[in-house]
Every structure is written in structure tokens, then in C-alpha cells.
Ligand binder design. Structure first.
Ligand code: COA
Ligand code: NAP
Length: 282
């Protein structure tokens, strides 16, 4: 973890910030001197996260809510604002749900649950947060995923939801720019030791294969993502808004070329099979 950042006096709220990547972001900002609030569904996770954040930084606060329930999200923001007794300088929205499943094997409720958390949840957080954001100066970061621009089998629900998250980022950057609020997305690559990785690559050999497919040759760490959140929130980034920033060791580039390679092989095979038919038809 790079210790050079300085966020003393800043108020940071990380939604979905009680485990994994988002908790890593919360810990980063606490170490860099900010007061940090976190929210997620489970009170025990919130309590444990707050305990650790108080150990790392000046002060911390937590609130339990489900991002699918807009009234609860509104109440959560009110409580966080009262705790800070000041506007929020940095808002990170990263609550998400994921499980691998083919579209044909998902009920309407299965698809809805992921779209509700990832996409509509992002909207509920943004809409509830607007009132409490520092204007001008706030930095809003949505946590996206490579699925937003790389179609993946068994991930249609996540692909659709995260593509929507990035479009929300880009449109809110336009709508909130005049208030001096910057809105960006971070697109983490495969991040070691996280729930997301465990769900998509549950076995050791799968994780190794994923690491090998990253141009930089390794899985990312939660610190990599925390540092990217700090870079995007630093005053030096005051002209960056509407950006979709992959933090993935180049993985999304490689993923795209694998996809193209696959398409090329299929087209080549089609050509090969169709050539004798062409000869007969002459
Ligand atoms: N394949 C197909 N359908 C699945 C599924 C799977 N692997 N896992 C869950 N579902 C379905 C359920 O069957 C249910 O549909 P049904 O009511 O028609 O049976 C629907 O998804 C909702 O499941 P439920 O467990 O009731 O939802 P929940 O609100 O308690 O949890 C999830 C939401 C499903 C996204 C859950 O995985 C979760 O809480 N995830 C958070 C953590 C996480 O995913 N971290 C990684 C982030 S990248
Ligand atoms: P994680 O540990 O499961 O983090 C998800 C967080 O969101 C948890 O704090 C969880 O806590 C909370 N949450 C889930 N559903 C919620 C809801 N309905 N309302 C409120 N909070 C909710 O997973 P992760 O792997 O670190 O993923 C974090 C983010 O990074 C996600 O946005 C994910 O899409 C993105 N991402 C991850 C990877 C990766 O490699 N892991 C790669 C690309 C993108 P509760 O259970 O208490 O609610």
C-alpha cells in the first residue's frame, strides 16, 4: 500500500464497503487520513468493518441498508451526513451481486436480483447521495467490471447491469459537472482473495489460468484498486470526469483479443468447411 496520499479532513462514504475490494478502498482512505463511513446489508459485517477502520484512521461510521431499497438508502445517507456533520467529499458505490449462470438457467427473479443490486442500486445511491455531496469538489466513483464491455458466457446479467453502471457514470458526469462533481468508474480486473474471484474462478488452477491471462502476469490486489480510487479523487485529477478506468494489468485488452481470436477461428473453420461445397457447386 502506497502511503503517499493525503486525504486528511476529507469525508469518504463507501457503499458496499464492508468486504473485498470496496473494504480495501475504505481502508486505504482511512490510512490516508480520511474519516470513512461504510454501508452494506449485514449489520455484523458493518460493525466489523467499522472496528477495523477506526483502528486505521481518525474515525469511522457504519450503517446497514440494502441498495435495492431507496428509502433505506436515503435514511442511510442522512445518518452518514449527520455523523460527518459535513458534506461527503468522496463517494464510492460498489455494492454488487454475482453468480455464474446461463440465461436459460436463470429465473426472472435471478436476473432481477443482480440488475437490482448492481444497476438500480447504483442509481439509488447516486440519487440519495447528490444532496449530501460537496459542491463543488466531490469525487464519485462507481465500481464497474470488465463484463461492462466484454460479453462473457454465464455473466449476461452482470454484463448488462455493469454496462448500465458505466453509462450512468458517463451521463451523471454530464449532469453533475456544472455542480463541480466529478463522476468516474473504476473497472477492476481479477482481484486476488475476493468473493468475486472465488465465485467466477473457484478452483486454484482457474485462478492461476486467470493470472496467466493478464498481460502483467498477476491478479490484482485490493490495494491496487484503493490506490486507483485515491488517484481519481486527488486534487491533481480535478479535470477527470466521465472516465471508465480499467485497473486490470491490461486484462481487458487481452480479453478482447481472445474474443477476436475465437471469432477468427470460427470464421476460418466456416471457410474451410464451405470450400469443398463451393468446388462441387462449380
Ligand atoms: N444460478 C441461478 N440462479 C441463482 C443462482 C445461481 N447460481 N444463485 C441465485 N440464484 C437465484 C435464486 O434462485 C433466486 O431466484 P428464485 O427466487 O427464482 O429462486 C434469485 O437468484 C435471488 O436469490 P436470493 O438468494 O434470494 O437473493 P439475495 O437477494 O439473497 O442475494 C445474490 C443476491 C443472489 C446476488 C447473492 O449471491 C448475494 O447476496 N451476493 C452478494 C455477494 C456477491 O455476489 N459478491 C460478488 C460481487 S462481484
Ligand atoms: P464482495 O466482497 O462480495 O463485496 C460486495 C459488497 O457489497 C459487500 O460489502 C456486500 O456486503 C455488499 N452488498 C452486496 N449486496 C448488497 C446490497 N444489496 N445492498 C448493500 N450492500 C450489498 O465482492 P468483491 O469481489 O470485493 O466485489 C466488489 C466490487 O468489485 C463489486 O462491485 C464487483 O462487481 C467489483 N468487481 C470485482 C472483481 C473481483 O475480481 N472481485 C472484478 C471486477 C469488479 P453485504 O453482504 O453485507 O451486503
Amino acid at each position: 500500500m502506497n502511503t503517499d496520499f493525503d486525504f486528511k479532513g476529507k469525508n469518504v462514504f463507501v457503499v458496499g464497503g464492508t468486504s473485498g475490494i470496496n473494504f480495501g478502498i475504505a481502508c486505504g482512505f482511512a490510512r490516508w487520513g480520511a474519516r470513512v463511513a461504510v454501508a452494506s446489508r449485514k449489520q455484523d459485517k458493518v460493525d466489523a468493518a467499522v472496528k477495523e477502520l477506526k483502528r486505521l484512521g481518525p474515525d469511522a461510521f457504519g450503517v446497514a441498508f440494502d441498495v435495492r431499497k431507496p428509502d433505506d438508502v436515503n435514511a442511510g445517507f442522512k445518518a452518514v451526513h449527520e455523523f460527518f456533520d459535513a458534506d461527503i467529499d468522496i463517494l464510492v458505490s460498489g455494492a454488487a451481486g454475482n453468480f455464474p449462470a446461463l440465461v436459460n438457467n436463470m429465473s426472472a427473479n435471478a436476473i432481477r436480483s443482480v440488475v437490482d443490486i448492481d444497476l438500480l442500486g447504483t442509481y439509488h445511491v447516486m440519487k440519495a447521495g447528490y444532496e449530501y455531496l460537496a459542491k463543488p469538489g466531490a469525487s464519485v466513483i462507481n465500481i464497474s467490471a470488465p463484463q461492462a464491455f466484454l460479453p462473457m458466457s454465464h455473466q449476461s446479467h452482470v454484463c448488462s447491469a455493469k454496462a448500465g453502471v458505466d453509462m450512468a457514470t458517463r451521463t451523471l458526469a454530464m449532469e453533475w459537472g456544472p455542480d463541480g462533481i466529478r463522476v468516474n468508474s473504476i473497472v477492476p480486473g481479477p482481484i486476488a482473495g475476493t468473493e468475486g474471484m472465488d465465485r467466477l474462478a473457484p478452483l486454484g488452477f482457474m485462478k492461476k489460468w486467470v493470472a496467466k491471462s493478464v498481460p502483467l502476469g498477476r491478479q490484482g490486489s485490493v490495494d491496487d484498486i484503493a490506490q486507483a480510487a485515491a488517484l481519481l479523487s486527488a486534487e491533481q485529477s480535478s479535470y477527470i470526469s466521465g472516465a471508465i478506468l480499467p485497473v486490470d494489468g491490461g486484462w481487458s485488452q487481452a480479453g478482447a483479443s481472445y474474443a477476436m481470436g475465437f471469432m477468427t477461428s470460427i470464421l476460418k473453420a466456416k471457410e474451410w468447411f464451405s470450400s469443398p461445397l463451393k468446388m462441387f457447386s462449380k
